[in-house]
Design a protein around this ligand. Structure first.
Ligand code: GAP
Length: 459
């Protein structure tokens, strides 16, 4: 069997639209640039990605969850440095009118040039703040300005004392949060990779100063293990350290986890040692003391923070890219392919999303071989029974070969086929997505068969 991995993003964008994963936002109006809607399968898949992260983070004694508001007091963004410093240098190409970030320019003979047309006729940079502004209440003036948060992290910092005291947490401990963030990016693009509205999954881990680098290393290794658990190909992942000139204003040390997308190596997650920058800033700007009293050593200090921050949409995109494969089956393999996969064209080519079952939007598809009443009735009964435990799809239209191909393309690990023989022998056929092998299973064993097969993948 020959296997080809994803070569270009356009192939994935097309699959996502065709199969109900991701649609262009406001498509009937021509779309809204860089905004995307998750369709029925995409929403389910993204939820599973979030749950995998949430469980990895909060099923620990030392990490609790939070869900802070998107709109926050405007002083938060003064304190965090976003009002004054969260900007990109924007330049325009006078030749082709391309607008881009100065750091995305190319170099030609020591001069910066337009990445689109190579012209060196570029305007001087202007700083452009990336925060979206809006007004709270009916009066639109400077006093009512609020921002859509550009990161979820600040909701955790300003709740540090609320969480520590209500949850009786002793340092070291962390707070995890999933939520929307907004950035008025100059150059969004590459599908859901860089958008203006996106979801982040961030965790701030509060530690005693002096132990910060030890925890930084620990979280680096935990995060690497997480990506291994999700089944991402190891050769497509790497760490990239930020050099001294690349460090964000708040960071003492930073590593990115990068993934090799079809458009190159790019940041998936940032792991930062933020020192006591944020808590100190909020203490300064709010006038409130934010300190931690260590009962053992009787010391008072401002905790240091180790942050892990990944975009949910970006991780979902990496997982889709990584799990996509095209298979060309040899004729000998074709004959081993199970009944129902027999049309010549369909037999030799298939597209599979080899998602970890934990992440797949559907775990099982119930497929009656015919629309005749007794089969349909049994199939609906099996749908009711299995969907008590799993996300299940029911599909009775089209040839069985086409229905298998659809399930392969959306990443469903198992198809359950109900045929006329099922009425006689009270058995159904399970077909495995990856091997296409089939098992005949008694009706009363369906749930235990599925539990057994899926349990090692689903935490
Ligand atoms: N609190 C730290 C922070 O926000 P960041 O590196 O700016 O750090 C963290 O963002 C992660 O959020 C990134 O690694 C990326 O996965 C995701 N992210 C950032 N900007 C994004 C955008 N415009 N579109 C999609 N995801 C984005």
């Amino acid at each position: 069997m020959a296997i080809t991995k994803l070569k270009d993003l356009a192939t994935l964008v097309s699959l996502c639209k065709r199969r109900g994963y991701i649609f262009q936002s406001s498509e009937v109006y021509g779309g809204l640039n860089s905004c995307w809607d998750y369709g029925p399968l995409g929403a389910s898949f993204k939820y599973n990605v979030k749950m995998a992260w949430w469980k990895a983070m909060t099923r620990r004694e030392d990490v609790v969850g939070l869900d802070a508001a998107i709109l926050m007091h405007p002083k938060v963004w003064k304190a965090s440095g976003h009002v004054d410093g969260f900007s990109d240098p924007l330049v325009d190409c006078r030749s082709c009118k391309n607008r881009f970030r100065e750091d995305h320019a190319i170099q030609i003979k020591g001069q910066i040039a337009c990445p689109k047309c190579q012209s060196i006729d570029i305007t001087p940079p202007r700083n452009f703040n990336l925060m979206f502004k809006t007004y709270m209440g009916p009066i639109e003036d400077e006093s009512s300005v609020v921002y859509l948060r550009p990161e979820t992290a600040q909701g955790i910092f300003v709740n540090f004392e609320n969480v520590a005291s209500s949850m009786r947490k002793k340092i070291p401990f962390g707070v995890a949060q999933i939520g929307k963030s907004f950035r008025n990016e100059i150059t969004p693009g590459n599908f859901t990779f860089r958008t203006r509205e996106f979801e982040q999954m961030e965790m701030q881990y509060f530690v005693k100063p002096g132990t910060d680098m030890e925890w930084f290393e620990k979280w680096k290794s935990l995060r690497w293990n997480f990506y291994q658990h999700l089944g991402i190909e190891e050769s497509k992942l790497r760490f990239k350290e930020h050099g001294p000139t690349e460090l964000a204003h708040y960071a003492r040390a930073a590593f990115d986890v990068q993934y090799e997308f079809p458009f190159g190596w790019q940041e998936l997650e940032g792991i930062h040692n933020r020192s006591d920058f944020d808590l100190s800033q909020h203490a300064k700007f709010s006038g409130k003391k934010i300190e931690y009293f260590d009962e053992q050593s009787k010391e008072k200090f401002i905790p240091y923070v180790i942050e892990t921050a990944v975009g949910c949409d970006r991780l979902a995109l990496a997982l889709l890219c990584d799990s996509y494969r095209e298979e060309t089956l040899e004729s000998t393999e074709g004959s081993a392919v199970a009944e129902g996969e027999s049309s010549a064209q369909e037999q030799t080519q298939r597209v599979v999303l080899g998602l970890l079952p934990e992440l797949a939007p559907r775990k099982v598809a119930i497929l009656p071989l015919s629309k005749k009443e007794p089969l349909i009735e049994l199939s609906h009964r099996l749908f009711q029974q299995t969907s008590e435990n799993w996300d299940v799809e029911y599909d009775e239209s089209g040839s069985i070969g086409k229905r298998y191909r659809r399930q392969d393309e959306i990443g469903t690990p198992f198809c359950l086929t109900v045929d006329f023989q099922s009425l006689e022998d009270q058995k159904v056929t399970f077909r495995h997505r990856d091997t296409m092998k089939q098992d005949r299973v008694s009706l009363d064993q369906v749930n235990s068969y599925l539990s057994d097969k899926l349990k090692k993948f689903i935490s």
